[in-house]
Design a protein around this ligand. Structure first.
Ligand code: SF4
Length: 160
């Protein structure tokens, strides 16, 4: 789960949709269920990390190139509020090549994330490295929905 090809082909949306179906069709906490444990394994592959803005800026400054786009899952919920993501390095290049993102300067990438201070920042591993920084919309984000259902998938840099 979580390769650059998934993002460029749109397969990532099928994966997000499948996770959302689990939340829609299963009641209550999922922490002890087989389906919950399978979903958690898939979410862990992204090693999602909650970031502060300064931590996100470090990722951007350490990247070779960056690009911006509306967060990928919004196309599943077009009525949801707009937030944007920053793609880095190979993912940025691939998404621009597919017409799914626009290259931007590092300053513009930071400004993009600054636009939505009310929403949390999460960086995800794609094809093995942290290449997607999303201003999540928690009500429709698989990570935040998973946490609400007892599937702990989000980590923070200051955790022991
Ligand atoms: S809000 Fe969550 S599920 Fe949607 S693109 Fe961002 S990280 Fe992925």
């Amino acid at each position: 789960m979580g390769t650059i090809e998934d993002y460029t082909s749109g397969k990532i949306l099928e994966k997000i949709s499948k996770a959302l179906v689990v939340f829609d069709t299963q009641n209550g906490p999922l922490g002890k269920s087989v389906i919950g444990s399978r979903l958690l394994d898939k979410l862990h592959e992204f090693e999602p990390l909650v970031l502060t803005l300064p931590e996100a800026v470090k990722h951007i400054l350490g990247s070779v190139q960056s690009a911006t786009a509306i967060r990928v899952c919004r196309s599943l919920n077009p009525d949801a509020p707009v937030t944007e993501s920053v793609f880095l390095d190979d993912l940025a290049e691939a998404m621009v090549r597919e017409g799914k993102a626009e290259f931007c300067s590092k300053e513009k990438a930071v400004k993009t994330l600054e636009k939505y201070p009310q929403y949390p920042l999460v960086v995800s591993k794609v094809s093995g490295s942290y290449q997607e920084i999303c201003r999540c919309y928690p009500r429709q984000c698989i990570y935040w929905l998973a946490e609400q259902r007892g599937l702990k998938c989000l980590h923070r840099n200051n955790e022991a």
